[in-house]
Design a binder for this molecule. Structure first.
Ligand code: SF4
Ligand code: SF4
Length: 403
C-alpha cells in the first residue's frame, strides 16, 4: 500500500525540476565514433569545484543527478561533487556512466559516495558497444572490451550484495554493431553479474555519421530479440519482492521497456509526437562542462551560468529558458532520447496509468507465439494435445539465460 501511495503521489505531481544533467568534465580517454559531444572534448574549460558549489547552493531540490562528460571518473573531485548535490539539493539517485578504463578511480569514488551519501542509490553504467573487436573499433581504444569486463568483474566482487549500487551495461545501437548485439546481450547475461542491460539507438550528430545507417525495420527486429534479456533482468531486480508485488513490478518494468522501444522505433528516422508532452526545461536542465545550460542534450545552448553568477535558480527562471520551454511544443523535435522520455513520462498520468500497461499487454501478445508450454499451461483447455501440456520435455528452464 505504501508503494502504491508513493506511485500515486509521483504520478500526480505538478511540473518541477526532477533531473540535472551535469557534464563534470570534457576530458576523455576514449575516441568514440558514436560520441555526440566529440567537438567539446578535452577543451580544458571545466567548471571549478567552487563554481559547482555556487550552482548547487542556488539550485532547488531535485531527485536525480545524471553525471556526464567526458569520462566522469577523470574528474578529480567527482565524489565531492556528488556529495554536494546530495547534501544541498536532496539528490537521492545518481546515474554514473563510465567507459570502465579506470578501475582504481571507480573503486575510490564509489567507496566514498557509498560512505558519505547513505540514502543515495547509484546506477553505475558501463558502456559496451559490441563484442571485443567491434567495441574496440567503435571506441578507438585497443583492448577496451577486455579492460571494461575486468572492471565489471572487479566491481561485482567488491560490491556484491550492495543493493543501492546497481551495476549495468549500456549499449549504443548502430549500423556497425547491430548484427552482434543479441550475442553481446547473451554474453553479458551469462558471464557477468550485471544488474541490467539497456540499449539506446544512436542519436544526435556523432563523430561518424555512417554509424547511423540502420533502418527502423532492423531496429524493430532487434528490439524484439532483446526483450527476453529484460525479462531476465526483471526477474533479478524484483526477486526480493513477495507476490503479487513481484509480478506487478515485473509487468510494469517490461511495459516501460516496450514503451521506450516503441518511441525509439517511431522517432529513429523522423520526428513523431510522443504520447506525452516533452518536459525539457521544466523538469530537466543540462549543464555543460563549461557552464553553458540547455533544456535537453539535443537542443541548443541557451546561455552561460557565468552570466547569472552561477545562480542556477536564476538561469532556470531566465527569459531564455522561458522562451525555450514555450518553443518546444511547436518545434517538432521529437527524439529517441530515453533520459527525456523517462523524465517526461513520469509527469504524465495518462502514460503512467494507461500507455505503459497497454505497452505491456502488447508485449505479452507479441510474445505469445514464442511462449513455452509451461508458460502456456494456464491458458490451455483440458483436451489440448499432451505435447502442449505443462511439463512437456525439452522446454527451457524458467530462469535460463535468453538466447
Ligand atoms: S562517448 Fe563518452 S567515452 Fe566516448 S568519447 Fe564521448 S565522452 Fe568519451
Ligand atoms: S523531444 Fe527531444 S529534442 Fe525535443 S525538447 Fe524533448 S528531449 Fe529535446
Amino acid at each position: 500500500m505504501a508503494r502504491l501511495l508513493k506511485f500515486a503521489n509521483g504520478v500526480f505531481r505538478p511540473l518541477q525540476l526532477e533531473s540535472v544533467f551535469l557534464f563534470v568534465t570534457s576530458t576523455c580517454n576514449s575516441l568514440c565514433r558514436t560520441c555526440f559531444y566529440w567537438e567539446e572534448l578535452n577543451s580544458n574549460r571545466d567548471l571549478t569545484f567552487e563554481q559547482l558549489e555556487s550552482i548547487s547552493a542556488t539550485a532547488p531540490q531535485f531527485h536525480k543527478l545524471w553525471i556526464s562528460g567526458g569520462e566522469p571518473f577523470l574528474r578529480k573531485e567527482l565524489a565531492e561533487i556528488i556529495e554536494l548535490f546530495y547534501r544541498n539539493n536532496r539528490v537521492r539517485h545518481v546515474n554514473l556512466p563510465t567507459n570502465g578504463l579506470l578501475p582504481q578511480k571507480v573503486e575510490s569514488v564509489i567507496d566514498q559516495v557509498l560512505l558519505r551519501c547513505p540514502e543515495l542509490t547509484i546506477d553505475l553504467n558501463f558502456s559496451l558497444d559490441g563484442l571485443a573487436n567491434t567495441h574496440d573499433a567503435i571506441r578507438g581504444v585497443p583492448n577496451n572490451f577486455e579492460k571494461t569486463l575486468a572492471t565489471m568483474d572487479f566491481a561485482a566482487e567488491k560490491w556484491r550484495g550492495v543493493r543501492r549500487l546497481r551495476r549495468n551495461v549500456v549499449t549504443c545501437i548502430t549500423g556497425e554493431n547491430y548484427a552482434e548485439l543479441v550475442e553481446l546481450a547473451r554474453t553479458i547475461a551469462a558471464e557477468t553479474h550485471s544488474d541490467g542491460h539497456y540499449f539506446e539507438v544512436i542519436r544526435g550528430e556523432p563523430m561518424d555519421a555512417a554509424l547511423k545507417r540502420l533502418t527502423t525495420a532492423e531496429l524493430k527486429v532487434l528490439h524484439r530479440r532483446l526483450i527476453p534479456f529484460h525479462e531476465h533482468y526483471a526477474r533479478k531486480l524484483f526477486a526480493h519482492l513477495g507476490q503479487p508485488a513481484r509480478s506487478l513490478a515485473t509487468a510494469y518494468y517490461l511495459g516501460v521497456v516496450k514503451f521506450h522501444f516503441d518511441l525509439h522505433e517511431q522517432n529513429f528516422e523522423g520526428p513523431q509526437a510522443w504520447p506525452m508532452a516533452c518536459t525539457a526545461g521544466s523538469t530537466t536542465v543540462v549543464i555543460d562542462h563549461d557552464g553553458h545550460f540547455r533544456a535537453c542534450e539535443m537542443r541548443g545552448k541557451l546561455g552561460r551560468l557565468q552570466e547569472f553568477d552561477f545562480d542556477l535558480g536564476a538561469a532556470l527562471g531566465s527569459a531564455q529558458m522561458r522562451q525555450e520551454i514555450a518553443a518546444i511544443p511547436e518545434a517538432n523535435c521529437w527524439c529517441t532520447h530515453s533520459c527525456w522520455i523517462y523524465t517526461s513520462r513520469k509527469f504524465s498520468p495518462r502514460v503512467m496509468l494507461f500507455h505503459i500497461p497497454w505497452a505491456y499487454l502488447k508485449h505479452r501478445w507479441s510474445a505469445l507465439a514464442g511462449m513455452s508450454a509451461s508458460e502456456l499451461a494456464p491458458f490451455l483447455v483440458s483436451d489440448a494435445p499432451a505435447s502442449l501440456q505443462a511439463g512437456a520435455p525439452n522446454q527451457p528452464a524458467a530462469h535460463s539465460v535468453p538466447r
